[in-house]
Design a protein around this ligand. Structure first.
Ligand SMILES: Cc1cc2nc3c(=O)[nH]c(=O)nc-3n(C[C@H](O)[C@H](O)[C@H](O)COP(=O)(O)O)c2cc1C
Length: 210
């Protein structure tokens, strides 16, 4: 029965005296732990965007860069998410690192990265991924699978191995406004540290009840 599935969390703590003062440093620490853990897809994050009718939409994307600006992933600017971001540049990102009994929840604003940065990343991708990005009109209704396979082959013939980044494809940067770190603890008394960014780019840290 679903209702009988229950797990005790106990492998780690998250205490104020050990936590980093900056949410970005704390995130880097946990990201490094995740990269070294048994997680199958440690860079997978769930991005939520809200459309014009206030309906939220969530989907997985892969984190490709993390630095002092924030988190970068790549996508199709004409996709549903791309259109939702144009209407409302407020997003959330969520990481679930199950083997570490950790969740990270990020809120913030999102913007496109520079064309140069997107081109550099596009060029670093394997050829088949480049072709795939070109071939797929992401989020559009298509007649059948063969449509996509045919487009892929046509573009392959057209460009060979010298394929340019499509204009409608590139990176998005999420600038975090808040980051909550959740560490599972016994008896459902989990640790939650909530960081919010202040005007001077320092972070306020509060403990939230689980
Ligand atoms: C593990 C995994 C990784 C994914 N990575 C990406 C990604 O980096 N970029 C992307 O655009 N879609 C990625 N997707 C597909 C998205 O979840 C989604 O189907 C697609 O972006 C279309 O979303 P939209 O119609 O809401 O715009 C990934 C899906 C999975 C399951």
């Amino acid at each position: 029965m679903l209702r009988d599935i229950r797990k005790q969390y106990a492998i780690a703590n998250l205490n104020e005296d050990e936590a980093e003062k900056s949410a970005l440093s704390q995130f880097k620490k946990w990201l490094d732990d995740a990269l070294q853990s048994a997680e199958l897809e440690p860079t997978a994050m769930i991005i939520s965007t809200v459309d014009a009718s206030m309906q939220p939409h969530a989907r997985v994307v892969l984190l490709k860069e993390f630095d002092s600006r924030g988190l970068v992933f790549y996508s199709n600017y004409n996709s549903h998410k791309g259109k939702q971001i144009e209407t409302n540049p407020k997003v959330s990102a969520l990481f679930l690192w199950q083997s570490l009994e950790r969740q990270v929840r990020i809120t913030g604003s999102i913007e496109k990265i520079s064309e140069d940065e997107s081109i550099a990343y596009f060029k670093s991708r394997p050829l088949d991924s480049q072709l795939g990005a070109y071939a797929s009109p992401q989020s559009e209704v298509i007649a059948n699978k063969a449509f996509l396979e045919k487009r892929f082959e046509t573009i392959k013939l057209q460009f060979g191995s010298n394929i340019q980044k499509p204009e409608h494809w590139g990176g998005y940067l999420i600038r975090p406004q808040s980051i909550e770190f959740w560490q599972g603890r016994p008896n459902r008394l989990h640790d939650r540290l909530f960081y919010s960014r202040l005007a001077d780019d320092t972070w306020k840290i509060e403990r939230l009840a689980p």
